[in-house]
Design a protein around this ligand. Structure first.
Ligand SMILES: [Zn+2]
Length: 708
């Protein structure tokens, strides 16, 4: 649904989160936290071996095979990618499983847009073929946003900028209403589902969302096929549902026998929502008059923008198959390496397999990374190095419609995952450029940094890590900032619903083919990753990450870094409270987090000294079980008041944005609701949960003492 790149754009953690000297911290640490000394050496050698195995050539051939046709969830073509992945994983010798769900995903049967005034013209919505790009000439998925409403409406056009809450407030102050009219919004600054929700709330009868050349078109660089950016006809498809999972089965799995809501009761838009190119947007916006725009609303089209309403009028007609065939089968695939010592403990790496077009970047690149990591790991397993824990290599279906495949899986297997999952690693758009980025739970960042130091950068002289530092422009004692888990990809079920630590990484670059028919093998081979070396590099990191987490004697979470990161989120809360004159009830939270940090530090010291003196074969089951409880303790069974499915109280996607990340959402949403009593309650609740997390660390430490 949301590319890695989009989350980097909203990177909030840029204020030097780790101005502390990471190298000095790590210099005093053992060679590999979580391993006994002899085990650390073996693990280092095994990881070097597995890192060397992914191949750019194999990645290229997987990419070509998986992006040879449009493979929208629910289609025959998407069933073929399922078969391809399963076949590959069988050949690697993995145990495989396919899991089916049936999800509501209506396909458009007809989508048409006309300008009917001042002059009449039907807009040509399809993305035309491009010479030398074979898949661009194939039949494409009609340009409609996933879960658009249906209907046939006519009205005056109003330009609403990005269609954000504040844009409608501005329109209000200018005396312009979209009620009974057709809103035209540009992509950017928020998830498109929020744009649809706000247009509908404000009474618009339809919404057109277009890609402004300023955001990913000619203003930014040469356009496809001359360059990587969006051309005049490029269209960004994409879902406009704001929740996660099949809207017919909220909170429970879409197995065949499950009861289902009728479309009228689902939490999806009612108005038609259609994405259009900037050539089509200029046909509508170019003739708008009425109000002049606030200057910041001007985009990159070569005329002065106006708000309207009118004199441009438009007609929009959307029909779909919901009455006859709205529910379609989706398939997650799993390849599994059973753990030798702790088979019930799971390390999961996955990426979505569905796309809106050929999807070479989104998300054939992630699928290929998972496949090549699986091949590398399966080879070392066959050579006799079976991991201690079970490793699962997953590909998810229907992510693009609203994280459906991964969400249904997490809902179906919630007990097993809540008990046994050690980490979920996500691969979504991992090779469309050369710029490394990474993120996830603060508890896993140290492991990810260490692995990035072991993997060579494909173009640079050093490691992925040193190249990352160079590009970000930090000195070599400082770690580049990582992104926090907001919303928008398959980690949501694991992270937001169950509190399982997650991590993700990938390489981004200049791209204007997001959710377009032109996100294809030709684009990838010319611009995204011509050598396919970045696909292979993402897989090298994945292979080493899963082995590290699957083989550690004691799970290598870093809860000192976690707690320090948490302290930073208290400051903006204090600022907000003092602005409101609500005093400082954050002292309790600050000290609870400080207690957690002290417990984490004592645990880490105890762990290191016990492991330094342990022999191979020592079991740390009770310690590991307690460690798995630490982040789970920071979830709340009843969830957020705004969204009960979202149980994690550390990070969530901002309800009013969809892409931007919100830390401590239970508290910050109470502040936003201007409810002083609720803020105090939520602060107390969150503090208690940090104390629970600290207690889990204490238990982990006492269990450690009992192993000797
Ligand atoms: Zn994606």
């Amino acid at each position: 649904m949301q590319p890695f790149r989009a989350r980097q754009l909203v990177l909030t953690a840029f204020f030097s989160l780790l101005a502390t000297n990471i190298r000095a911290q790590e210099a005093s640490a053992p060679p590999m936290p979580g391993f006994i000394l002899a085990g650390a050496e073996q693990e280092r050698a095994l990881e070097a071996d597995v890192i060397a195995r992914p191949s750019a050539n194999v990645a290229r051939s997987h990419s070509q095979a998986l992006s040879k046709e449009t493979h929208v969830a629910g289609s025959e073509a998407q069933a073929r990618t399922r078969d391809y992945v399963i076949q590959q994983m069988r050949e690697m010798g993995l145990e495989t499983e396919v899991r089916r769900y049936d999800a509501f995903m209506p396909y458009p049967t007809s989508v048409r847009v006309w300008r009917i005034a001042p002059t009449e013209k039907e807009l040509s919505l399809a993305e035309p073929p491009i010479a030398g790009d074979s898949t661009s000439a194939q039949r494409q998925f009609l340009t409609v946003n996933g879960y658009s409403g249906t209907g046939d409406v006519t009205g005056d056009v109003v330009f609403v900028n990005y269609g954000l809450i504040e844009d409608y407030a501005r329109l209000d102050s200018l005396g312009v209403s979209v009620r009974g009219r057709i809103a035209v919004a540009r992509y950017g600054r928020s998830f498109r589902g929020i744009k649809a929700r706000e247009a509908e709330r404000n009474g618009a009868i339809a919404l057109l969302i277009y890609s402004d050349p300023q955001s990913d078109g000619f203003v930014r660089g040469d356009v496809y096929p001359d360059g990587p950016m969006r051309n005049w006809n490029g269209v960004q498809r994409g879902s406009v549902m704001n929740g996660a999972g099949d809207p017919a089965t909220p909170g429970y799995p879409s197995v065949r026998s499950a009861p289902r809501l009728p479309p009228a009761r689902m939490d999806i838009p009612r108005i038609p929502v259609v994405p259009i190119s900037y050539v089509n947007a200029s046909e509508l916006l170019g003739g708008l008059r009425g109000q002049d725009i606030p200057n910041a609303w001007q985009g990159g089209l070569p005329f002065r923008y106006h708000i309207g309403p009118g004199p441009v009028r438009a007609r929009i007609q959307v029909a779909d198959d919901r009455a006859t065939n709205g529910t379609k089968p989706i398939y997650n695939t799993f390849g599994l390496v059973r753990g030798s010592e702790r088979p019930e403990e799971l390390v999961i790496i996955g990426g979505h397999r569905d796309a809106w077009g050929p999807g070479a970047a989104d998300n054939v690149s992630g699928t290929v990374s998972v496949l090549e990591a699986a091949r590398a790991v399966s080879e070392v397993v066959r050579a006799g190095h079976r991991p201690k824990r079970t490793i699962i290599f997953a590909t998810w279906d229907a992510e693009e419609w609203g994280l459906i495949g991964s969400t249904e899986y997490v809902e179906e297997d919630s007990l097993r995952l809540a008990r046994g999952a050690v980490a979920y690693l996500n691969q979504d758009v991992v090779a469309e450029g050369t710029r490394f980025g990474a993120g996830g739970s603060p508890s896993l960042r140290a492991v990810l940094r260490d692995v990035a130091r072991r993997v060579a950068d494909p173009d640079g002289a050093g490691s992925v890590f040193s190249e990352w530092q160079r590009v970000i422009g930090v000195v070599d004692t400082v770690s580049p900032p990582m992104t926090d888990p907001g919303g928008g990809s398959d980690f949501a079920g694991f992270y937001n619903h169950l509190g399982i630590p997650i991590a993700d990484w990938g390489f981004s670059g200049e791209s204007g083919v997001y959710h377009s028919q032109y996100d294809d093998f030709a684009w990838m081979s010319h611009f995204g990753d011509p050598s396919f070396a970045y696909h292979a590099t993402a897989a090298r990191i994945g292979a080493a990450m899963v082995l590290r987490l699957a083989n550690a004697d004691v799970l290598p979470y870093d809860y000192v870094e976690f707690a320090r990161t948490m302290q930073r989120y208290v400051t903006p809360i204090e600022r907000a409270l003092s602005l409101k004159g609500w005093g400082g009830p954050t002292i309790g939270l600050r000290s609870a987090i400080a207690r957690m940090e002290r417990e984490a530090a004592s645990f880490a010291a105890a762990r290191d000294s016990v492991l330094a003196n342990s022999v191979a074969g020592t079991r740390f089951d009770a310690t590991n079980a307690a460690l798995r409880d630490v982040e789970r303790a920071l979830t709340r069974p009843a969830g957020l008041r705004s969204r009960p499915w979202y149980r994690n109280l550390i990070y969530v996607a901002d309800e009013n944005n969809g892409y931007a990340n919100m830390s401590f959402p239970s508290v910050n949403e109470a502040i936003r609701a201007n409810d002083e009593r609720l803020v105090a309650e939520e602060l107390a609740d969150l503090s208690r949960r940090f104390d629970d997390a600290a207690r889990a660390l204490t238990q982990a430490r006492s269990a450690l003492a009992r192993t000797h």
